[in-house]
Design a protein around this ligand. Structure first.
Ligand SMILES: [Zn+2]
Length: 310
């Protein structure tokens, strides 16, 4: 059965990549090698070399996952099941990877679980960014590291277009701009404000994709663009005028440390009522409090909507 878009019980709306060939059309054949390699440099600079548990939010087809291999276990989370199936084909099934289909506004994890979380090119689709960021904070342990990428409305191109009267929206104001349905650019100061209000401390900021200009990407070898981009990334500490910004933040709030370690079942809570632990029923996890059942099929935990009662 296929779902009609909009049938999901999720507010705010979720940008769904179900059945999308995003990986192939945008990354593999889309001339994004420069952006991809610049992201690899930034992740290497910001992410701790290793740890126990990492949550990859909006993992998609697992494009970035191989950059997190220093972690004992990686939870790949995406709203789209078909994206996770592509990631599974790429990475295989093993104890190292856990595949979870879930809504970022209702994360199915107990609080204080993760040592680190990454959210790359995902906030871009968030109609209620602070709500999503609050969910991430709850899932991280005290001093847990959060690497966040966001699309910057205060980029040079938008500023020039605005000053020349070719763009209506103002890049200097703090509110997000929705330039296409469920595609948002954010002001760097607004993102910093949200993170601080949620109890994050901002450790570092890098700017990326200084040379995201079609002509340059065609005539200059990618390695050279990546080299100069990686030098300029450091200027993100002083100003942010690029289309893409990376922030490293840590959780200041105290959380109760999670002690389950390798016990997968102890990671999860019911996304509807918050109850944990859930009961393992092989093809689903059951919530003993609200009785909802969450499907487990072909190695993918599905917390988007409860299973229907037959
Ligand atoms: Zn429940």
């Amino acid at each position: 059965m296929t779902e009609e878009p909009g049938n999901h019980v999720t507010t705010p709306p979720v940008c769904d990549y179900e059945d999308s060939d995003y990986q192939a059309s945008f990354w593999d054949k889309g001339g994004r090698e420069y952006e991809d390699r610049a992201e690899a440099v930034a992740l290497e600079r910001l992410l701790p070399p290793g740890g126990r548990l990492l949550l990859e939010l909006g993992a998609g087809a697992g494009r970035n996952t191989s950059r997190y291999l220093g972690f004992d276990r990686i939870i790949l989370l995406d709203y789209s099941r078909t994206q996770l199936e592509q990631a599974q084909q790429r990475l295989g099934r093993s104890d190292k990877y856990v595949y979870v289909a879930a809504d970022v506004y209702r994360l199915p994890f107990v609080s204080g679980l993760f040592d680190a979380a990454t959210m790359i090119r995902v906030l871009h689709h968030m109609a209620d960014a602070p709500k999503a960021l609050g969910q991430v904070r709850d899932a991280l342990r005290t001093n847990g590291v959060f690497i966040l990428e966001f699309a910057n409305k205060l980029n040079l191109k938008a500023i020039l277009r605005f000053l020349l009267g070719r763009q209506k929206w103002n890049p200097f104001t703090l509110e997000p701009v929705e330039f296409a349905r469920l595609n948002f650019d954010f002001h760097p100061k607004a993102v910093r404000n949200w993170l601080r209000e949620l109890g994050f401390s901002i450790e570092r900021t890098l700017t990326l994709s200084h040379f995201r200009i079609g002509l340059l990407k065609r005539i200059v070898p990618t390695g050279i663009l990546v080299f100069f981009d990686s030098i300029l990334q450091w200027t993100g500490a002083w100003w942010q005028l690029t289309p893409s910004v990376f922030v490293k933040a840590t959780v200041m709030r105290d959380s109760i440390p999670h002690t389950g370690q390798d016990d997968l079942l102890s990671y999860f809570k019911c996304p509807d009522c918050g109850h944990s632990p859930l009961t393992d029923k092989k093809d689903h996890l059951e919530c003993s409090s609200c009785k909802k059942r969450w499907e487990v099929r072909d190695g993918i935990y599905d917390f988007r909507e409860p299973m229907k009662n037959e």
